[in-house]
Design a protein around this ligand. Structure first.
Ligand SMILES: C[S@@+](CC[C@H](N)C(=O)[O-])C[C@H]1O[C@@H](n2cnc3c(N)ncnc32)[C@H](O)[C@@H]1O
Length: 400
């Protein structure tokens, strides 16, 4: 069995979640780095990681890793590779380059040299070359340079993996699907336990939670770049997809609740859940978060509130945060609340004591996932409430 080297980028802060996902899928030598996870495995692992990882942004197949000194070395390394054994020149390509501490002057020039090397190699062997398509390429090629080492990857995913093919409408400032799934994993929420997002926007947490509850592979409704590779093993792929389908649970109502202040935004969430086939299993309601009641005696509240720069105005938020804290104290005892925010003022103004603060990045934006254990009688730390799965629990309508 041939083992290949892969790298899976992910939102920064979620590397440990991705390490355990990949280990569970059977990947070998799994090692977290800043911004992603390196692993080894055969094509089966690569296909499964694309199909089943909820947290990876892409699965990149490493095709070269060598030391370099200048742009000439980059060209030679890229040109020496058997590109024509991997895909046909009728496919379009796009090259992306990222670097840390790279001494070369222009990354645009490096990008151009890699593209030239690939095209020259194709022309030499086949007489024709792939064209470049920067918008919707068939094959993405990623170069990564540090001070001395140049690594080249073929992207086996194509579109980024957070594009599940489910969310049709995006509301305002939606969170990426893989970040939402990673946050749910960090909270320790388990299927069957009540989950509420009271500022649900387009419903990303709910969509991810519904898929997790029903054990739906996140990639089951989309295509991948590896299907265009010459090495593509269609029979293996069909077997893996069928196996994932067989593990899906029946579509039954779940204790998943979402609300939002605005009817048009809630309509987006509704459209997204309907398009995914989840409208009957998730309960949605238009409501002000400051006026809701808990839909169950215990559960997980997971949300990302509006953030000054992008949606509201900072002054309004300074008034909103203490009210949110009061509401949680009064109406959510027995619950664990997880608030994902980029606003450093939220933890100061909410007037609750966070039991955990996890740094995470939403793109380049530094954020925190704040954990608040809501206990009866304010924030006194009492025995943790046992939140065992209650699969027969009926969803309760939100009270105003
Ligand atoms: C950052 S967005 C959430 C995005 C969401 N996680 C997604 O992926 O689409 C914050 C949401 O809070 C909602 N919101 C703002 N104030 C609210 C309030 N008082 N009660 C309920 N929802 C509110 C906004 O309408 C917006 O949809």
């Amino acid at each position: 069995m041939t083992h290949h080297y892969f790298f899976a980028p992910c939102p920064r802060g979620l590397e440990p979640v991705l390490v355990s996902e990949l280990e569970q899928l059977g990947a070998l030598s799994v090692r977290g780095h800043d911004g992603g996870v390196q692993f080894q495995g055969d094509w089966r692992i690569c296909y499964r990681a694309n199909l089943e990882s909820r947290v990876a942004s892409r699965i990149l197949w490493q095709v070269a890793s060598q030391s370099y000194a200048n742009e000439g070395d980059i060209y030679k390394i890229a040109r020496a590779l058997p590109w024509n054994e991997w895909f046909v020149p009728a496919l379009t390509i796009r090259v992306n380059v990222a670097a840390i501490k790279c001494p070369l002057r222009s990354l645009d020039f490096v990008t151009l040299r890699i593209k030239d090397a690939v095209c020259d190699k194709f022309r030499e062997i086949t007489g024709s070359r792939p064209s470049v398509d920067t918008v919707q390429p068939d094959m993405r090629i990623h170069g990564f340079l540090d001070a001395r080492q140049f690594s080249l990857y073929l992207d086996t995913s194509g579109d980024a993996l957070f594009k599940r093919g489910l969310r049709k409408s995006s509301g305002e400032a939606p969170i990426r699907e893989n970040l939402a799934a990673g946050i749910l994993s960090l909270t320790g929420w388990q299927p069957g336990v009540p989950l509420l997002d009271p500022m649900c926007g387009s419903g990303t947490f709910l969509l991810e939670a519904a898929q997790i509850s029903l054990n739906i592979a996140p990639g089951s409704g989309r295509g991948f770049a590896f299907e265009k590779l010459k090495k593509f093993d269609k029979r293996l792929w069909i077997r893996l997809k069928d196996a994932a389908l067989a593990r899906q649970k029946p579509l039954v109502r779940q204790p998943l609740f979402g609300s939002d202040l605005y009817g048009d935004i809630l309509a987006d969430a509704h459209a997204n859940l309907s398009a995914a086939g989840f409208s009957e299993i998730v309960t949605l309601k238009q409501a002000n978060v400051l006026e809701i009641s808990a839909p169950a005696p215990f559960g997980f509240l997971v949300t990302n509130p509006p953030y000054g720069v992008r949606i509201g105005e900072s002054e309004k938020l300074l008034e909103f945060y203490p009210k949110l804290g009061d509401m949680l104290k009064k109406k959510f005892s027995g619950w664990k609340a997880y608030i994902f925010t980029a606003d450093p003022l939220l933890p100061k103004c909410i007037r609750l004591t966070a039991s955990r603060r996890t740094p995470l990045f939403n793109g380049a934006l530094e954020c925190r996932l704040l954990e608040y254990k809501m206990v009866a009688g304010g924030m006194r730390r009492i025995r943790e409430i046992d939140i065992t799965c209650q699969s027969d629990q009926q969803p309760v309508d939100f009270k105003n």
